[in-house]
Design a protein around this ligand. Structure first.
Ligand SMILES: Cc1cc2nc3c(=O)[nH]c(=O)nc-3n(C[C@H](O)[C@H](O)[C@H](O)COP(=O)(O)OP(=O)(O)OC[C@H]3O[C@@H](n4cnc5c(N)ncnc54)[C@H](O)[C@@H]3O)c2cc1C
Length: 263
């Protein structure tokens, strides 16, 4: 067993921005121009040859030229159009839990990790007076893990981390009390194309790499606006003609393949 201090260049660096902070910035920038609808999800999509009829979980409907599924690894849009995620998601044998905890070690732009066979506990802090981010990783390709079962996942991590030293007992107390824990597994998405008819997928929904180096390279591909500029994808939408979403798929596949082949 070994603990290590991780410098800012590796963890909690100046350039890092938390996911929640980033989405808030994006939201504030466009909230007056974009119609956001929180608390609903798409439950049905039907191509009517002039557009897509979309049904939402609150029963409302709408008609759209194009639907872009940017709804992450467990994409509901992908499920509706391409089928269940078991067909496309390859598990890489690791699951994790992220949560906030009191910054007892007063970590300031640095992180610490404690590593044992199949288990890594890490703490990172960007401000000694603010909560630290705790993460627990478990490597076991056979573990029964369901990211949706928060209480079951908490029990699993407490069991598997029992007896570990360093700050781990405090982390396990924090895990038990945490009101919010982000549990998931490390997985990749493999699809032959990222579009079907008037529906396109982007980001983790389309090609989740879950690989440190690939993240950096693929982040350039994530925003839908990149499609039209970097990918040189042109889409013309007329009431009677479907957009050529195949072009988007071809350009994007090349970027995804090259990112995955990066050592
Ligand atoms: C542990 C971990 C660490 C990572 N660290 C890094 C890192 O250091 N650097 C990096 O570049 N990348 C990192 N990544 C990867 C990065 O987080 C993802 O690649 C990125 O967030 C993908 O963005 P996305 O918008 O495609 O999906 P997400 O960020 O998953 O966003 C999907 C959104 O869709 C919403 N949603 C889901 N279902 C529905 C629905 N049915 N209806 C409406 N909305 C829905 C979700 O609430 C969420 O807001 C990390 C990933 C993990 C798992």
């Amino acid at each position: 067993m070994k603990s290590a201090r991780l410098p800012a260049e590796v963890i909690s660096g100046e350039v890092e921005i938390h996911w929640g902070d980033f989405t808030r910035i994006l939201y504030e920038a466009v909230r007056n121009d974009v119609n956001y609808r929180f608390g609903v999800r798409v439950t049905a999509l039907a191509d009517n040859s002039r557009g897509l009829d979309v049904t939402f979980s609150d029963g409302s409907t709408g008609s759209y030229d194009l639907v872009i599924g940017a709804d992450g690894l467990h994409s509901g849009t992908r499920r509706l159009v391409f089928g269940p995620e078991e067909r496309y998601v390859t598990q890489l044998g690791q699951c994790f839990g992220f949560f906030d905890i009191e910054n007892r070690l007063r970590l300031d732009h640095c992180g610490m990790a404690y590593i044992d066979a199949g288990r890594t506990a890490a703490l990172q802090g960007i401000d000694p007076d603010k909560p630290a981010r705790a993460s627990l990783f478990l490597s076991d390709p056979h573990v029964a893990f369901d990211y949706r079962d928060t209480e079951g996942s908490k029990r699993l991590f407490v069991e598997r981390y029992a007896g570990m030293g360093w700050e781990v007992p405090t982390l396990l107390d924090g895990l038990a009390e945490a009101p919010e824990v982000y549990f998931d597994s490390i997985a990749q998405v493999h699809l032959d194309s990222y579009a079907r008819g008037r529906v396109c997928l982007t980001g983790d929904a389309a090609w989740a790499p879950r690989h440190a180096r690939a993240w950096v390279r693929l982040s350039r591909w994530s925003a839908p606006t990149c499609w039209l500029t970097k990918c040189k994808w042109r889409v013309t939408i007329t009431p009677r003609r479907s957009p050529d979403t195949g072009d988007y798929s071809r350009h994007t596949s090349r970027g995804v393949r090259s990112s995955r082949s990066t050592p």
